[in-house]
Design a protein around this ligand. Structure first.
Ligand code: PLP
Length: 399
């Protein structure tokens, strides 16, 4: 035996995967897992989108050789992603100030951005929302940064503590890296209003902060264009900008790992230098990205009929989630009229901070085999017409 291995301790379990393990072991036929982070359709299944099937049929027909992609990914993919994220008529694209590299999901995009920043802004600290997607902290810490939080969620209003957030940004030293959720905040579902974004963009610009927008749910809030507005507004503001985006949810391509990192610079020359350095980051991590998922997304985005189909299918997911929010609120109003859940309709994206306490979540699991995260986060996309009544009955019982 080696002392190298014998000294290694067991790492803490991932809290969300822990829920899934307990759920899988549960024998109840009526069990429901609201702890997940994926979109399920009304039959409780992860969908395979029609646009993806059609793009895959086109790709199969080609029987193309599996060569390496360029370090920064498939050119057609990078171009299509850039237009989706910044808008096809964006000045930063026309002026060649934006660079985009294919990445291994949204997580891979965040890690590339973090590693890049560690090379060129090693003394900066990172600020994430309180709370945030649970991997943000670990990811930036593992890239070598000190990670702090800025106030975000206000449990009393079930919305954003905007004054707290704004004051925190105002007090940050120049060069601080601020991670912002472009839309559909995970885990709370609480987003900023347009006016609040204006104030955030102004303070970021005035203080010389480095905004890093994470957009994992484009199209799940108010639509593809509407959800992309925040990115476009930051791009227009003219400072440095990092954007990670993911197609895991919007294309239901979780396991294919398709995402991208975009960086906006102030000139084409600067952008070219940035890209050359980003390629070094990629080269020393995994050399170049896998091709299948990127080919599928590029094919869909560049083929008008498939693009149209994708927009319809994505709208279908968005509308179904909204219907579930509505049903959740109305059914709870009927079953537990003393409690107010209207805020669930204001929330955006797949998740809701439901306000359920850890104890209530625990009771729902024991009483009815309904699983949620201890923070009270529920995945609205895991609700469907077959399970919602059970879920509502279980919540009404613990309130
Ligand atoms: N960022 C946020 C806010 C997320 O919620 C997620 C996934 O849940 C990701 C990034 C990671 O996306 P991907 O699965 O594409 O790596």
């Amino acid at each position: 035996s080696s002392p190298l291995f014998s000294a290694i301790e067991m790492a803490p379990r991932d809290p969300i995967l822990g829920i899934t393990e307990a759920f899988n072991a549960d024998q109840s036929p009526a069990k429901v897992n609201l702890g997940v982070g994926v979109y399920y359709d009304d039959n409780g299944k992860v969908p395979l989108l029609e646009c993806v099937k059609k793009a895959e049929a086109i790709l199969i027909e080609k029987y193309a050789p599996r060569t390496y992609l360029p370090i920064e990914g498939l050119a057609a993919y990078d171009k299509a992603v850039q237009e989706l994220v910044f808008g096809a008529d964006s000045a930063v694209i026309k002026e060649k100030r934006a660079i985009t590299a294919q990445a291994i999901g949204g997580t891979g995009a965040l890690k590339l951005g973090a590693d890049f920043l560690q090379r060129f802004a090693p003394d900066s600290e990172v600020w994430i929302s309180d709370p945030s997607w649970e991997n943000h902290r670990a990811l930036f810490e593992s890239a070598g940064f000190k990670v702090n939080t800025y106030p975000y969620y206000d449990a009393t209003t079930r919305g954003v503590n905007f004054s707290g957030m704004f004051a925190a940004l105002k007090a940050m030293p120049a060069g601080s890296i601020v991670l912002l959720h472009a839309c559909c905040h995970n885990p709370t579902g609480a987003d900023l209003t347009d006016d609040q974004w204006t104030k955030i963009i102004n303070v970021v610009t005035e203080r010389g902060l480095i905004p890093f927008l994470d957009m994992a749910y484009q199209g799940f809030g108010d639509g593809i264009e509407a959800d992309g507005q925040v990115v476009r507004r930051f791009a227009e503001a003219g400072g440095a900008l990092f954007v990670s985006n993911s197609f895991s949810k919007s294309f239901s391509l979780y396991g294919e790992r398709v995402g991208a990192l975009s960086i906006v610079a102030s000139s084409a020359d600067e952008a070219a230098r940035i890209m050359s350095q980003l390629k070094r980051v990629i080269r020393t991590n995994y050399s170049n990205p896998p091709s299948h998922g990127g080919q599928v997304v590029a094919t869909v985005l560049a083929t008008p009929e498939l693009r149209q189909l994708w927009e319809e299918e994505l709208a279908g997911m968005r509308v179904r989630i909204r219907e579930m929010r509505q049903a959740f609120v109305e059914k709870l109003k009927a079953k537990a009229p003393a409690h107010q859940f209207d805020f669930v309709m204001q929330q955006r994206g797949m998740f809701s901070y439901s306000g359920l306490t850890k104890e209530q979540v625990q009771q729902m699991r024991e009483n009815n085999s309904i699983y949620a995260v201890d923070t009270g986060r529920i995945c609205v996309a895991a609700l469907n017409n077959k399970n919602i009544d059970q879920v509502i009955a279980s919540i009404a019982k613990v309130l």
